[in-house]
Design a binder for this molecule. Structure first.
Ligand SMILES: [Zn+2]
Length: 168
């Protein structure tokens, strides 16, 4: 297969071709990895093998494989010992020049050994929505009781000043 210049410089094309993060899951259309800058224990990404920019550009085959990938990655998250995962991630040769502060912070969290209590499933579908790499990557973020002071509203809070449900 030929690749365009944008794919040649795409970090997630490097991932899906097996040249970066180890897969924790794979099916016909998607691979799963643990994020190396986790915001919570088990923070994972579901990434199409094909260089697809937007969720809305997935083809029929990819759409039919999407939920299988989400369920597969969720199962791996729930079976993983994060107290062992993150030290081994910190020892990875390919990450040796990267800051480790996210991993160090996650290792200190009081709920590191817990099973997730909930999930945030998200995709920043466009630069204005916060996407920094233009290859679809759906975030499967385990959530834990107490991980934020008040989780009410969830992803509404990306627009914090209008997120609050409490009205007079
Ligand atoms: Zn790509």
């Amino acid at each position: 297969m030929s690749s365009t210049p944008s794919e040649q410089n795409c970090y997630f094309c490097k991932v899906t071709s097996g040249q970066a993060d180890p897969f924790i899951f794979e099916n016909r259309s998607f691979v799963g990895i643990f994020d190396t800058n986790p915001v919570n224990p088990g923070h994972a990404l579901v990434i199409p093998r094909r260089h697809v920019v937007s969720f809305f550009d997935l083809n029929e085959e990819e759409k039919s494989d999407y939920f299988d990938a989400l369920h597969g990655v969720k199962s791996v998250i729930e079976e993983t010992n994060f107290a062992a995962l993150y030290p081994s991630m910190m020892a990875r040769e390919d990450l040796s020049d990267r800051p480790m502060d996210h991993i160090e912070t996650v290792l200190e969290l009081p709920f590191l050994g817990n099973k997730p209590d909930a999930y945030t499933v998200g995709n920043n579908d466009g630069r204005e929505a916060g996407r920094s790499i233009d290859h679809l990557h759906v975030i499967l973020l385990p959530r834990y009781k107490g991980d934020v002071e008040n989780p009410r509203g969830g992803i509404r809070n990306v627009i914090a000043e209008r997120a609050n449900y409490q009205r007079r």
